[in-house]
Design a protein around this ligand. Sequence first.
Ligand code: SF4
Length: 400
Amino acid sequence: MKNSELETMRKSFNTVKSRSSEIKDSPQVKRLEDKVREIKKYSIQHSDELYNQVIESFNRNGIDVEFAKTKEDAVNIIFDLIEGYDNKVIAKAKSNTLGEIDLKSNLADKNWNVVETDLGDRILQLKKTDNKPVHPTGPASHLNISDITDIVNDSLNSNVNPIPREIMELVREDVLNLLKNANVGISGANAIASEEGSCVMVHNEGNISLVSLKDLHIIVAGIDKIVPTLEDAISVAKLETVYATGNYVTSYINVISAPSKTADIEKKLLKNMYGAKKVAVVLLDNGRSSASEECLWCIGCGNCVVHCPVYNAVGNEFGFNNYLGGRGVAMSKFIEDDETCFESGLYMCTLCGLCTLNCPVAIPTNEIIENMRKLSSDVGFYPRVHEKIKDNVGKNDSPY
Ligand code: SF4
């Protein structure tokens, strides 16, 4: 990342810090934190039971559900689901899980046009290169108004002024225009309620509503997102909002429990009123079932990277894929092979523990990273700089 981008990112992070500090010590947020920690612990410990229950609930509700063991399986399931939709345009909402399975490039290879509907994600999509997000819910927090104006004008062939409202309106118009041809929407989920078979999604822009109104709505979520009840799922989503945005609640919470239907004429059930004709959920394992329990408590708020001194210094170079910072490195342990995960910034961490202190569910990321380091040295892995030291020991002209 460029120095100017790092500077803008730090400013954005400071804004989030000061907003969330105003509310996160309030009694209701403290109560919510305790509650969500218990929900996540219980859910991971009872994951098999909840998984079986959610499958039954989805079937009862008329939601198609598929299990994907690996990211390749998830992509293949998605290809099967979208086959026959000739327009080849997909409305996409923000999702780390879709980044994990590399959905956009996989679909681009098959000539599908994936249109990001979240403004930050769309700006990064228009940027085309060096467009990795810097925060799970504020992906373009490192770009200032002048960068964004240039990106938008270059890619949309426009002449918009560096005024946030003008940029927002231009991007909105362009996205809505592209989505006229989309029959498929795809999103993640913040949490899934096993008892009810409901997927909960939070957003401020209203874009998930756009995505969920397409003929086919595909929801891809890790198996770690399953919690017992709808109330639990909403608690998870509320706590994520507090830590990600500094607000008590987002503009929208969508709860999707079935395809669109009505019974307004003589109580006869008719499917396909305004919303999706078909809702399909893909539950992704991709290493989660063998992961350390604590890693799966994460609610995806991004507060750990906001407070991480290394991340603030180097940006999204610290982390793995689109999983950012120390927790991203910890995630890499179970979704990638050893070699890849040991290269994922494992030795960038200072083990200061600020991520854990600022994590609403107290994930001991520094301990997980320490254990990964022990494992890496046990198998004889050396980070690149240590490799150089090893090779140069005894050489007089070595800088090491
Ligand atoms: S590890 Fe904790 S602070 Fe970081 S994204 Fe997950 S829940 Fe938020």
